[in-house]
Design a protein around this ligand. Structure first.
Ligand code: URA
Length: 198
């Protein structure tokens, strides 16, 4: 973790951070991954979404949330006027994950992997400097809040890395659990109200 902290702290911009992560050899996940998945969207966005880890599609394309869950994520945020392709900071999204490499067979991230890569994520948030974090799912909450239990955590504002953060159900979970979509809609409206309120 000390090596990761040093490498992350030395990065002064997003390109530098991506390069530092690409050069970081101590995380075993890198060996099994095809691509580093750093981020997508507009780095000037007010809202930064933090997912879990790349899946198969993301690993192949080197971009976060480009598979089925990503498609649903795009549809969800479009409902409140936010999109990763939008050039206006007000309507844009910036998207990354707790882990930049795909875990084998999409298994859950291990505690050690999350701890090792956390300095990079913290630096990533510092450099983007968003007004609001959206924590997508249990592993994002575990990494940034130190606790899990998304069913209880979602639907209210918490603080993560000194910023307002909204835990939400992960879109992969919503694909399996239709009923939870109602809660996700509630949370999106909370986010919209916060953005409007300044
Ligand atoms: N699930 C995630 O958490 N992140 C991705 O990038 C894709 C699927």
């Amino acid at each position: 973790v000390a090596v990761a902290q040093g490498a992350a702290a030395a990065a002064t911009d997003l390109e530098g951070l991506a390069a530092a992560m690409a050069a970081y050899e101590l995380c075993e996940l890198k060996k099994g991954a095809r691509n580093l998945v750093f981020s997508d969207g507009n780095p000037k966005a007010r809202v930064m979404v933090i997912g879990e880890a790349p899946g198969r599609d993301e690993d192949l394309q080197g971009k976060p949330f480009v598979g089925r869950a990503g498609h649903l994520l795009d549809l969800m945020f479009a409902r409140i006027g936010l999109g990763r392709g939008d050039p206006a900071a007000e309507r844009a999204l910036y998207i990354t994950n707790v882990l930049p490499w795909r875990p084998p067979q999409n298994r859950d991230p291990e505690v050690g992997e999350v701890a090792m890569m956390l300095p990079f994520l913290e630096r990533h948030v510092d450099l983007v400097d968003p007004d609001i974090l959206v924590l997508m799912g249990n592993h994002s909450c575990g990494a940034l809040l130190g606790r899990k239990g998304i069913t209880r955590l979602r639907g209210r504002w918490v603080e993560a890395l000194g910023r307002p953060a909204l835990p939400m159900f992960h879109p992969a979970y919503l694909l399996r659990t239709q009923l939870a979509k109602r809660d996700a809609w509630h949370d999106l409206l909370m986010l919209q109200a916060r953005l409007r309120g300044g």
